[in-house]
Design a protein around this ligand. Sequence first.
Ligand SMILES: [Zn+2]
Length: 63
Amino acid sequence: MAIKQLGEICVVCEQSKPKGIHLYTSFICVDCERSLVATPTTDPKYKYYISKLRKINKPEIFS
Ligand SMILES: [Zn+2]
């Protein structure tokens, strides 16, 4: 892993952020986490977030 100690890459905004949470196996920065929580599940944006998470959540199998 070549991630700097400063932060991790947020799966939603794809920027290196020093603070955030781990959801599934992904890292989400506090800003995106806040947006996600504030977004109603009926909002198209919510689907966008989830699709981002799903993409990362797929298990990586060495084949
Ligand atoms: Zn983010």
